[in-house]
Design a protein around this ligand. Structure first.
Ligand SMILES: O=c1ccn([C@@H]2O[C@H](COP(=O)(O)OP(=O)(O)O[C@H]3O[C@H](CO)[C@@H](O)[C@H](O)[C@H]3O)[C@@H](O)[C@H]2O)c(=O)[nH]1
Ligand SMILES: [Mn+2]
Length: 557
């Protein structure tokens, strides 16, 4: 069994941290690799035999049905061939967070929580996701949580104002009771809070639950009735009233950039007197007629604005329909980012996406379990898994053109001037004529901006790592209705084709720029939609042929 320590066993200084002797992470090539390879070779022989048979019988009979079967089988063989790359050199990794230097030496971390539509993504859920990240076991002074509100909704800002207040109670509660799942929505939904990793907290938990339910009620009221700034119940400060008054002229796709710093780590304290992480509401400028590039566009705006506000070298992107289930996941990511060897060309550390709340039999296959059985491990063996858009710790350095890099990790020092600059870079025409979306930041040109961005980073020579601890670190929602499942499937397929069928295809450009193995695995993802050809063919043609007494498969003698 091939095994290696990608961590440094040498003594080296990390960002002024103590000397490390033991590796922060290890990597092992899967034990079954030789068996996979033999199996692939044997199977390839059988497929070749079948294709030969098909060709000879077409030459003999030139029937349309046989020709169609040949097409289906060629697609199937292509997809199978690409998928073998996943099994060629799968690797498993382990992290050792207890070997990390003291928290003070950890780099700053900016968390980006994305939301786009308060009707589909209820603001209280978005707040819960943000709270689960604010409650990371990470030095508060080094942690900033941004919510990117692509819907520009006043109710989302209102929900976060409420969330900021609730956080002062929630964060110390989680810390003191060792709560594992720190999304209040999930914590209070489980009837006995014990399933959320906390049996303690008794009376405090009850008080907090009331506080949480009040918050939910207030946000839901606003959702229903809108914000009446002078309403006594809303109890808005003069400044807050001014913000919401201006909002009356805004609409979802026509408004200026809005940045509101809701909590400042160097000023705000929780109820026990400990510092809070920064919490920032962000909504980029949107105007009709300007391309907004969906999520990639909003992430790029936030990437620029955050580089002026906090400029953390590490970024976590998380969708609002996911949440953290392990407050120590940043430490696991640090086991790679603080490793002097692994971190060298490391663009991102990807955690798996796991889903909850699906119907029992998961009839739409929303859980995508099979995707995580082998694929990311296989890609990791060739330089790294694809970027999944959520649950990913990225290096800001990999996303930025190095010429744009500023000093690392600023504080929100001169609020007025800094906010003015941040607002400017979030303008809708800022990117015109720049390299944003092309060679800088999250890449445009595909509805699957995640696959596209990861692929380009790999082609530019960056690596990634798949981090899959035994306990899930993040959980999220998958589509639950047929309509949602189909529209997600359509969006993904179109986005993937946009990566596959271009001049810079995974199959040509990708194989050349990365490696044969990684290029094939990316091709398997990019051409995933081609499955529809063999699947529909096999579902219809053999049956039709049988009815017409025209056998399509070789006779067994
Ligand atoms: O214009 C947009 C559209 C979406 N989003 C956000 O993007 C995230 C993902 O969108 P969702 O509708 O939940 O798509 P999914 O298919 O569930 O997401 C998967 O697929 C996407 C690519 O299609 C990736 O970006 C996601 O990370 C990945 O989880 C959500 O938080 C949205 O709020 C925006 O910020 N702006
Ligand atoms: Mn989603």
């Amino acid at each position: 069994m091939e095994s290696q320590r990608s961590g440094s066993g040498r003594e080296e200084t990390l960002n002024g941290s103590p000397h490390l002797k033991a590796p922060l992470n290890t990597l092992h090539v899967d034990r079954c690799t030789p068996a996979h390879r033999v199996h692939a070779l044997l199977y390839a022989g059988a497929i070749l035999g079948l294709v030969c048979h098909r060709l000879t019988s077409i030459l003999a009979s030139s029937s349309l049905a046989e020709g169609w079967m040949l097409l289906a089988e060629l697609v199937l063989a292509f997809m199978w061939g690409c998928s073998r790359a996943f099994k060629w050199r799968p690797v498993r990794r382990r992290e050792f967070p207890d070997r990390l230097p003291e928290g003070g030496a950890w780099p700053k971390l900016d968390v980006f929580v994305c939301t786009a539509d308060p009707r589909k993504e209820p603001p209280v859920g978005v707040v819960s996701t943000a709270l689960s990240a604010m409650a990371f076991e990470y030095p508060a002074g080094n942690l900033s949580v941004y919510v990117s509100d692509d819907g520009g909704a006043d109710v989302t800002l209102f929900a976060f104002m409420e969330g900021a207040r609730f956080a002062r109670h929630w964060l110390p509660f989680c810390r003191e009771n060792g709560v594992q799942v720190r999304s209040p929505e999930v914590f209070f939904a489980s009837s006995s809070s014990s399933s959320s990793g906390c049996s303690a907290g008794g009376g405090d938990a009850d008080k907090l639950k009331v506080m949480y339910q009040n918050m939910v009620q207030r946000v839901e009221d606003v959702m229903e009735k809108g914000i009446h700034v002078d309403s006594v119940e809303l109890d808005l400060s003069e400044e807050q009233q001014q913000i919401f008054k201006r909002w009356k002229e805004y609409s979802g796709n026509n408004h200026p950039s809005i940045i509101q710093v809701l909590l400042k780590s160097n000023e705000d304290k929780d109820i026990t007197g400990q510092a809070m992480p920064n919490l920032i509401y962000f909504s980029r400028e949107k105007r009709p007629g300007f391309p907004h590039h969906f999520k990639a566009g909003s992430l790029n705006s936030l990437l620029r604005a955050s580089s002026i506000l906090t400029n953390a070298p590490l970024i976590l992107t998380i969708d609002c329909d996911m949440y953290s289930t392990d407050p120590t996941s940043p430490q696991r990511a640090l086991c790679y980012f603080l490793d002097p060897i692994a971190s060298n060309k490391l663009a991102y550390v990807q955690f798996p996406q796991r889903f909850q709340g699906l119907n029992k039999s998961d009839i739409y296959g929303g859980e995508l379990k099979h995707l995580y059985k082998m694929n990311p491990y296989g890609m990791d063996g060739f330089g790294g898994p694809n970027y999944l858009g959520s649950n990913t710790f990225l290096s800001r350095r990999a996303l930025f053109d190095s010429s744009l890099e500023g000093e690392s990790g600023r504080d929100l020092l001169e609020p007025e001037k800094v906010l003015e600059m941040a607002t400017k870079v979030a303008a809708c025409n800022y990117e015109t004529g720049t390299k944003w979306g092309k060679t800088i930041g999250f890449r445009y040109g595909s509805l699957s901006e995640d696959l596209h961005t990861g692929f380009w980073l790999q082609c530019e020579g960056w690596n990634s790592v798949f981090c899959d601890p035994p306990q899930a670190s993040f959980l999220g929602d998958a589509p639950k209705t047929l309509h949602d499942a189909l529209s997600q499937c359509k969006r993904w397929t179109v986005g993937q084709y946009e990566v596959g069928f271009t001049r810079h295809s995974t199959l040509t450009f990708g194989v050349r720029k990365t490696s044969l193995g990684l290029g094939l695995t990316y091709s398997h993802l990019a051409f995933w939609g081609l499955w529809c050809i063999p699947i529909t063919t096999y579902a219809l043609l053999p049956q039709l042929a049988l009815v017409n007494s025209r056998p399509l498969f070789p006779k067994v003698r």
